[in-house]
Design a protein around this ligand. Structure first.
Ligand code: NAP
Length: 207
C-alpha cells in the first residue's frame, strides 16, 4: 500500500520501520524537509512534499495533537482520504489529557478536516513497542481501532495486521474518548509509575 506518514519523530520512525518491513511504499512528509529526507534515507523510505503526500491510500498523522490540524491541512484536499489519528492530546507534563469526556482529539480533527475518513488507533502503543512489533517480553499487543467509516477501518486494520498486530475493533470514532484515556493510563504506568516504554494495554483474550 502507498502510505504517507506525516511527521518525522519517534512514532513516525516506528511506523516507517514497520511499513518498510511489511513491503509498503512508505513516504514521509516532515515540516523540516532535511530531517524527513535523513529519516527516509536511514529507513529506506522516501521523503515527499505535502502535496505528494496526499496521494496515498492511508495517511498516518504522527504529529502532536496541537499541530495535527495544520499538518493535515498542509496536504491539501483530503476529501475521501483515510487518515489514521494516533495522537494523544497530552498536557505539558504528559500526565493528563487536554480534551475528553464530551469530545476527543480524533473527533476534533474530524470536525476540522471534514471529508477525511478518520480512524483512531495505534495511540496505545509506545513508539518502541510499535517499532519492535511487541512489548518487552515479546508478547504482541493489539491495536485498537475506532472509526465511523467501516471501509477506512478495514483498510487500517489490514495495515496493522501486515505489521503483525492483532486488531480490536473499538467501535465508532466517538470511542476515541475511551482510547485516549487508555493511552493516558499507559503513559502514567510507563513514565509516572516507572514501568518503562516496553508495555502496552491489551484486552483478554487476545485471540
Ligand atoms: N511517542 C510515543 O510513544 C507515542 C505513542 C502513542 C501516540 N503518540 C502520539 O503520536 C504523536 C507523535 O508523537 P512522537 O512521540 O512521534 O512526537 P515527536 O517525536 O515529538 O515527533 C513529532 C513530529 O511532528 C512534527 N510536528 C510538530 N508540530 C508540527 C506541525 N505543526 N506541523 C507539522 N509537523 C509537526 C515534528 O516536526 P519536527 O521534526 O520539525 O520537530 C516531529 O517530526 C503525538 O500526537 C503523540 O501523542 C506518541
Amino acid at each position: 500500500m502507498k502510505v504517507t506518514v506525516v511527521g518525522a519523530g519517534n512514532m513516525a520512525s516506528s511506523f516507517v520501520k514497520q511499513l518498510v518491513k511489511a513491503g509498503h511504499d512508505a513516504r514521509i512528509v516532515g515540516r523540516d524537509a532535511q530531517k524527513a529526507a535523513d529519516l527516509a534515507k536511514t529507513l529506506g523510505a522516501s521523503a515527499v512534499s505535502a502535496a505528494e503526500g496526499a496521494d496515498a491510500e492511508i495517511i498516518i498523522l504522527a504529529t502532536p495533537f496541537a499541530g495535527a490540524v495544520d499538518a493535515l491541512r498542509a496536504l491539501g484536499n483530503l476529501s475521501g482520504k483515510v487518515v489514521v489519528d494516533i495522537t494523544n492530546p497530552l498536557s505539558a507534563d504528559y500526565m493528563s489529557l487536554t480534551v475528553g469526556q464530551t469530545t476527543s482529539a480524533a473527533e476534533e480533527i474530524a470536525r476540522a478536516v471534514p471529508g477525511a475518513r478518520i480512524v483512531k488507533g495505534f495511540n496505545t502503543l509506545f513508539a518502541p513497542v510499535l517499532g519492535a512489533g511487541a512489548v518487552s517480553n515479546g508478547q504482541v499487543p493489539p491495536v485498537f481501532l475506532a472509526s465511523d467509516d467501516a471501509d477506512a477501518k478495514a483498510k487500517v486494520s489490514s495495515l496493522a495486521t501486515s505489521f503483525g498486530f492483532p486488531v480490536v475493533d473499538a467501535g465508532p470514532l466517538k470511542n476515541a474518548r475511551y482510547l485516549e484515556p487508555l493511552a493516558g493510563l499507559n503513559i502514567y504506568l510507563g513514565f509516572g509509575a516507572g514501568l518503562g516504554t516496553g508495555i502496552a494495554p491489551a484486552w483478554l483474550p487476545l485471540a
